[in-house]
Design a protein around this ligand. Structure first.
Ligand SMILES: [Zn+2]
Length: 140
């Protein structure tokens, strides 16, 4: 294994995404390559250090302070925008239902007229001849 590949494997190992057979190859490389071994140990130390940083405590009023400090916020305009987008969403739902119903109805009526035509043809011996076996089996 070359150092470049070892570096990639070290990154995978720190993310717990290194497969066992790759880990074995990496360990072999780390045993004989001092610079990669040092890099691995450094990365490990950084990762451990990052994991041990405590979450900072924020004062409870911080959210309010940030929100009031934001410039140019107009609640009425935001409310109007929200109503407008709700209206657009409702309109598109109604339109899609209407279009779906229309397409479904069109499809149903065309199927019905096709079935009707087919039935008429069969009953008048138009589809199969008078002496056809199919016509006989329909009569029974
Ligand atoms: Zn190396």
């Amino acid at each position: 294994m070359r150092c470049h590949k070892a570096e990639h494997h070290i990154s995978l190992k720190l993310d717990n995404e290194l497969k066992p057979n790759q880990d074995l190859k990496l360990q072999k490389h780390l045993q004989r390559c001092a610079s990669c071994k040092k890099m691995y140990q450094d990365y490990q130390r950084i990762q451990t250090g990052l994991q041990n940083i405590p979450n900072p405590e924020f004062p409870p009023q911080l959210h309010h302070l940030v929100m009031t400090a934001l410039p140019g916020r107009n609640r009425k305009a935001e409310l109007h925008k929200m109503r407008l987008s709700l209206a657009t969403a409702a309109l598109s739902i109604v339109l899609s239902i209407t279009a779906g119903t229309y397409v479904g109805y069109q499809g149903y009526s065309s199927t019905q007229s096709y079935t009707q035509t087919l039935t008429e043809e069969v009953s008048s011996d138009g589809l199969f001849g008078e002496n056809s076996l199919m016509a006989v089996s329909y009569d029974e």
